[in-house]
Design a protein around this ligand. Structure first.
Ligand SMILES: Nc1nc2c(ncn2[C@@H]2O[C@H](COP(=O)(O)OP(=O)(O)OP(=O)(O)O)[C@@H](O)[C@H]2O)c(=O)[nH]1
Ligand SMILES: [Mg+2]
Length: 466
């Protein structure tokens, strides 16, 4: 097996070296990231693992500080070639004194790495210190791949940097925004690296393919998470006896419990999506996904949002049509039925000689009230989980800001929504398909519906938001 490629990540302090590594390795917990200069103090390795093995070994390094003075110092070292002069410097006393930080960087590049990624904050003007940095790195005689960072920032001076790099004979380069990476930027980065490392071409091509495969698998897994949750909620059904229903307090508690249970299904999906995209479920930045009107999962029963979802579903003012019977119960998004659907399901299964038992059951169920969710709730839930999955797929693991999902969730389903809702109606007759209930049943039929729904969700997940 080919040995993992080792890449030293170098550059000026605060250029985003540690941030780049968080994003490339999907490790939000790697190293320390801060606006303070000189955050990373030592060279530290971190691996990109693909298919269970180390594909790339990165070495994060401290920022290069006094590059102009160091370049001058290197020129005065003894040795016939530039790498020899760097070695002489590393063996000398200054590598432990005034150039201690720089020595750590050069040692990592010269002794451990096969190449360097030079991270550049493109908001900075090109200064002599940057040119000196490039000269110093060239002295190590290893391929250097500039990674232009902060390219989405309004202050980015991209054209100046393109020119400066070409003047320094660095013709390959990658553009990146570590906080919000462009789709495919990561794969392009490794593909471009192959032009600098021809001997590693096949290995880098494998990495590109493994990354693409991992992305496809994550996307499919995300669709399955969403599909399974939609089945849970479509299947969700709770009954209440006629007497209990007559008591307003019990009735309201029943509705609240039902809504809370829907919220728990939604929350589980959120947690699973966070884990899938390697954002910790207890990640402080993501414990809340603030939306107008309160907590993410409570909002699923927000009457105004439901009305909007109902309009997108072509239902007009239909929402809550079943609520006329109980004006004192807030039933936005919920349907009330006298256990008829459950009766129908049992009725289908119990035939012939079972008629007497069936009649008994029917009597028992008489007067029993049932709650189920209306289609707009499913629609809203599907839209939000899709929007979340999309946002997570595009989020760099260096992102420092809390993820905010707002109005862009509306419309996430596009034209695929109606078919999805129609397909979900199959789950309504199967209360046992709700995970977590007593007697929950994950049968082949549920699995088939799950796969069909996941397949239907995929185009919507792959579509880039406008
Ligand atoms: N918006 C945005 N912020 C970024 C980007 N890259 C880095 N940052 C921020 O820039 C600051 C410095 O990032 P670090 O990753 O700590 O930089 P570094 O190069 O490792 O810095 P030292 O360890 O001090 O040498 C942090 O506040 C990051 O959140 C980017 O592409 N976009
Ligand atoms: Mg750092």
């Amino acid at each position: 097996m080919t040995e993992a490629l080792t890449i030293a990540v170098v550059g000026h302090t605060n250029a985003g070296k540690t941030s780049l590594l968080r994003t490339l390795t999907r490790r939000a917990d790697f190293g320390q990231v801060s606006d303070r200069p000189g955050t990373t103090r030592h060279a530290e390795a971190v691996a990109l693992r693909l298919d269970g093995r180390e594909a790339v070994r990165f070495i994060d390094t401290p920022g290069l500080e006094d590059s102009v003075a160091l370049l001058d110092f290197l020129a005065r070292q003894s040795g016939d070639s530039r790498p020899e002069r760097v070695r002489a410097f590393l063996a000398g006393p200054e590598a432990r004194a005034s150039f201690e930080q720089e020595a750590k960087v050069l040692r990592a590049l010269l002794e451990q790495a096969g190449c360097a990624m030079l991270v550049i904050d493109t908001r900075e003007p090109v200064l002599p210190k940057h040119r000196a940095e490039i000269e110093i790195l060239a002295s190590c005689a290893k391929p250097v791949m500039p990674v232009l960072n902060f390219v989405r920032d309004g202050a980015s001076r991209l054209a100046d940097w393109h020119r400066a790099l070409e003047e320094s004979n660095l013709h390959a380069r990658a553009e990146f925004d570590v906080v919000a990476p462009f789709t495919g930027a990561e794969q392009r980065l490794y593909a471009d690296l192959a032009t600098l490392l021809p001997a590693r071409r096949a290995q880098l091509q494998d990495i590109v393919e493994a990354l693409a495969q991992a992305e496809r698998e994550r996307r499919l897994a995300a669709c399955r998470v969403i599909a399974s949750t939609l089945i849970d909620v479509a299947a969700q059904r709770r009954s209440l006896s006629a007497e209990a229903f007559a008591d307003p307090e019990q009735q309201q508690a029943w509705v609240r419990d039902f809504q809370a249970q829907t919220g728990r299904h939604a929350r589980r999906a959120v947690d699973e999506l966070l884990t899938l995209y390697a954002f910790g479920a207890d990640d402080a930045e993501l414990t809340e996904l603030p939306l107008p009107g309160g907590r993410w999962e409570d909002d699923l029963f927000n009457p105004e949002l439901l009305k909007q979802a109902g309009r997108r579903l072509g239902l007009g003012a239909m929402i809550g049509a079943g609520m006329g019977a109980v004006a004192d119960v807030a039933l936005a998004g919920l349907s009330l039925g006298a256990a008829t659907t459950l009766g129908a399901t049992l009725g289908g299964a119990i035939s012939g000689g079972w008629q007497p038992l069936w009649r008994k059951l029917q009597n028992r169920l008489d007067g029993v009230q049932e709650l189920t969710v209306e289609d707009p709730v499913l629609w809203l839930l599907a839209e939000r989980l899709l929007a979340l999955a999309r946002a997570l797929a595009q989020r760099g693991h260096a992102a420092q800001q809390r993820l905010r999902l707002g109005a862009e969730a509306a419309g996430a389903l596009g034209d695929d929504g109606q078919a999805l809702i129609d397909a979900l109606s199959a789950a309504r007759g199967h209360p046992a398909w709700e995970r977590g209930v007593a007697g929950a049943l994950d049968d082949a039929e549920r699995a088939r519906l799950l796969e069909a729904l996941a397949g239907a969700l995929r185009p919507a997940l792959e579509r880039q938001p406008a």
